[in-house]
Write a protein that binds this ligand. Sequence first.
Ligand code: THU
Length: 150
Amino acid sequence: MDRDKEEKLIGEAIRARRRAYAPYSGYAVGAAVLTADGRIFGGCNIENASYGASNCAERTAVFKAVSEGAAGIEAIAVIGGPAAYGDEVPEEATPCGICRQVIREFTDPAACEVIIAKSLTNYRKTTLEKLLPESFGPEKLQRQNTQRNT
Ligand code: THU
């Protein structure tokens, strides 16, 4: 992906982060996924008074994409940090293990770019394969009703 596309995706993650609902942790996260049909879906973390019912930003974005019928995930950008920080955060927020597995379901891990941002222009790139090596994915289950998104 070229820098323009990367910054567009990060920009959507930053916008989503402004909508984070994180009154318990005070940690606000935004994510944005780029799907194979060129659409971008943003998502924020959404906490709950019953803590276990909370959802991470990455899963919010992935579930939005899938529920809108988008094709496979090509890239995801993530930015997170204490809510007191605005659009620039001091440290990286890397996707949690559950989110890595959820992204895995809808992507080719070697091809899926994961952008971990601290601001619109300060970021690094890795791949889902690197974050989740030797993963278990849908192709292992040869059921007829397994949805193929890649
Ligand atoms: N969180 C995310 O949204 N994404 C991550 O990858 C790490 C954690 C959220 C969950 C919770 O609302 C808050 O950050 C603190 O864990």
